[in-house]
Write a protein that binds this ligand. Structure first.
Ligand SMILES: [Fe+2]
Length: 234
């Protein structure tokens, strides 16, 4: 199983606070059947450049890799990426290429938590059409309520951008119905824990996968994982 969205790297964003915490998050994930995790620290253009971000991420990854090697435990593999927060002009940003999920032409894109304007949707389309990169919608489930009364979600789906859902949306009675519907319609390409720590935002993809298996069958989960593997070029 692949966790496509996590803040597993230590001391780089509001996620893991230490290599020890990262190691514990990896252990919890492994126990839940996760064998691969995309490390996707937050990237904000207002406070960073792609190069500075990559340098910091390399340092964080190196520290964690050392700790993992010392532990000798069986833990999920880590793939480096970023959770890139949308900004006006993102499709023209010359650093975007550096923010790709390693070994792919995809970026995990976090959209604004507000009702999206025409310009915002056009900018997403421009990333796909003009940069050679494909944006993957990070936790689409978290934006849906903001788009009420619009056809923004349908428009995004019609752009054929891959969709990632967060495990948490399967935990609530109010959000899991529509998430299951999206899975049954073949619209989901990736699942993520979006884990930040070992406490309130701990790795939780295992129970989510069990729930989807119960509701949609094991094949539905396998189909999502197949799409995830394809996105990662595996
Ligand atoms: Fe996140």
């Amino acid at each position: 199983m692949i966790d496509f969205h996590s803040h597993i790297l230590p001391r780089i964003d509001d996620g893991s606070k230490s290599s020890d915490m990262s190691l514990e998050m990896l252990r919890i994930s492994y126990e839940q059947g996760i064998r691969m995790m995309a490390a996707t620290p937050h990237f904000y253009i207002t406070s960073d450049t792609a190069q500075k971000f990559c340098d910091r991420r390399a340092g964080s990854y190196e520290a964690l890799s050392k700790r993992i090697a010392e532990s000798g435990e069986s833990l999920p593999d880590i793939i480096l990426g970023a959770e890139v927060y949308y900004f006006r002009g993102i499709s023209k940003y010359d650093g975007l290429d550096k923010l790709k999920i390693s070994g792919t032409d995809h970026i995990l894109l976090e959209m604004p938590f507000e009702r999206w304007s025409e310009k915002t949707l056009n900018e997403v389309a421009a990333i796909k059409e003009e940069t050679g990169l494909t944006p993957i919608m990070a936790h689409l489930d978290r934006y849906i309520d903001f788009q009420k009364g619009t056809d923004n979600i349908e428009r995004l789906i019609s752009m054929e951008v891959p969709i990632q859902l967060n495990a948490e949306c399967f935990e609530s009675f109010f959000t899991r119905g529509r998430a299951i519907k999206m899975i049954n319609n073949g619209l989901v390409s990736a699942l993520g824990s979006d884990c930040h720590n070992t406490d309130k935002r701990r790795p939780n993809l295992g129970p989510c996968i069990a729930y989807i298996t119960k509701k949609c069958g094991a094949e539905a989960v396998e189909n999502i994982m197949d799409r995830s593997r394809k996105l990662l070029g595996l």
